[in-house]
Design a protein around this ligand. Sequence first.
Ligand code: ATP
Length: 241
Amino acid sequence: MNNNVLLDIRDLEVYYGGIHALHAVSLHVNEGEIVSIVGANGAGKSTLLRTIAGDKEKTSGDIIFKGLQLPGMASKVVAKGVSLVPEGRRVFPKLTVKDNLMLGAYVRKDKVQIKKDLEEIIELFPRLGERISQYSGTLSGGEQQMLAVGRALMARPELLCLDEPTLGLAPIIIDELFSKLIRINRDRRQTILLVEQNAYIALETAHRAYVLDTGRILVEGTGKELLNDAFIKESYLGSSK
Ligand code: ATP
C-alpha cells in the first residue's frame, strides 16, 4: 500500500444485536482521492460510514486515520478531521442557513479563517448565499443537501464522508451536486468517501470504488474499471442511468 493512505480500515466487524452487518471489511482511502462504496439497499453502506464517524460501535477491526486509531465517539472524530454528511441531510429546519453552516465550525477557534471559509462556501454554493438568512426548513431538498455539504466543509475536514447524497433528488440536481463535489476535490484537494446506491454516478465520479454486498467487500477497482465490468453492469448499473 502506498504511503499517502489517509484512512485504512482493516477487518471491520459490526453487529446490530444478532445481525452481522459488516464482515471483515477492509478498504483504504488515499489523500486526494474520491472513493465510492456502492451496493444495494441494506448492504451495510450507512453502517460503514456511521462506524467511521463514531456513531456506531464496532465489534472488532481497525479504523486507522493518519496512522492512528480513530476514537469511537462522534464529537472526537470530527475534531480528528473526519466529517460526515448524514443520510437525509439532517439540517436544522428552524435555524437559518448561516447558523447551520456556522454549526459545522463548532470545533474550531480560528475566527478569521472561519469567516473566510464561510465566504468560500457561499461562492461554491451561491444559492446558499441568496438564502443565507432563511430558515433551512424552507429550502428545497437539493438546497438542503448543498447546505449539509457546506456545513460539513465548515469543519475543514481532511476526510469528507457522504451518505447517499442523491437520495430523493431530481437528476439535474444530482448532476449539479456531483459537479460541485468534483470541484471541491480538484480545487481544495478534498479527500472524499462516498456511499451511494446510484452506482452509475458514484462510479463515474470516483477515482476508486468498492462494491459492498451483504456486509462484505465483493470487488475493488478504479471507477472506470467497475463501470466497464460485465458483472457490475449486470448487477448494479441496470437501472441507474
Ligand atoms: P440503505 O441504503 O437502505 O441505507 P445500507 O447499505 O446503508 O442500506 P445499512 O443501513 O448499513 O445498509 O444496513 C446494513 C444491515 O444492518 C441491514 O441488514 C440492516 O437491516 C441492518 N441494520 C441497520 N441499522 C440497524 C439498526 N439500527 N438496528 C438493527 N439492524 C440494523
